[in-house]
Design a protein around this ligand. Sequence first.
Ligand code: NAD
Length: 351
Amino acid sequence: MLKIGILEGDDIGLEVVPETVKVMKAAAAATGLAIEWQPLPIGRKGHESHGHTMPAVTVEALAHVDGWLQGPIGHNAYPRNDPTWINPPLRKKFELFASVKPVKSYPNLPSLHKDVDIVFLREVTEGMQSGSVVFAGTGEFRPNDEVSIGMRVVTRKGANRVARAAFEIARTRPRKKVTAVHKEPVFRLVCGMFAEECRKVAKEFPDCTLEEVLVDGMAMKLVMRPQQFDVVVTTNQFGDILTDEGAGLVGGLGLAPGLCIGERQAMAQATHGSAPDIAGQNIANPYSMIMSGKMLLEWLGRRRGEQRAVDAAQRIETAVERVIAEAKHLTRDLGGAAGTTEMGAAIVAAI
Ligand code: NAD
């Protein structure tokens, strides 16, 4: 039995998350997987019911689930300077240390390249991103008005666990190849430590291969021949940039799912935001959220040795591929005319 939280988020989150739950329920029913679902307040609705966008009741409940669906948060429209209106820092709170982002092209959908199938892992608890590198403060400071200083942190533990997660994913894929992206010849200590840990972990996965590519060359190789990459692992800021580049290779936000993983739990979260411009119109593309839910099932299934969850994930992937190939029930951003609920229902029917 898996326990999965449902956090709808704001705006189109209220539309794409329910479709994702329907699809996951259908896949679970088809494979005999038992899931206990737990809807939890977050975002604007959390504020309406509990006076906070990250209610304490939600944080407490999340400690006891295996994973959760996190819809997008429309935090840009929240009142400023009010501590009850925050973008819920769930990634940090639950130490979800890696952001996993697959980038996949489909033959009949427009994209810059065909035959792309990459999974990016970006370390997200350290590196250069100011908020994540320090316990208090921001990791940036300005000693006088002429000088600004930012810190970059790499730890053996942080590098080792993201490298390990990359090899664990690579092992489940046909090519079994990990590309570690860094710039060790220049950043001898920080990138050096990241590279050392990747090499160390690689020795534990003799069935996989490790290659190392410098980040500037990687930016170019991704644009020119992305087909050569399988699993790509890198530090926070490099990953921030490369994952967006990756999404751009295959059609952008509509086709950009994601999973934030920790030691014990994972959070399914699409790359796109809450899209207030199209919210409430039943036109949002549910693909990214649905495929994020599929990733959650697959990851939990492998972690917990629950084959039915892995099978349920496979069913979702096959159903999505079929609906895309048939091209009869696609939302308008994918060139179709279907609504969010029609596309969701078509995927359920294909399952
Ligand atoms: P956005 O991703 O919400 O939207 C950018 C554009 O892409 C819009 O034109 C939108 O209509 C379109 N789009 C996004 N998702 C789509 C989908 N599923 N189907 C069809 N079209 C889609 O980015 P934004 O407009 O910069 O941000 C909107 C809000 O979301 C802001 O409050 C921002 O702070 C927030 N945001 C939240 C997250 C998150 O919670 N993970 C991520 C990014 C932005």
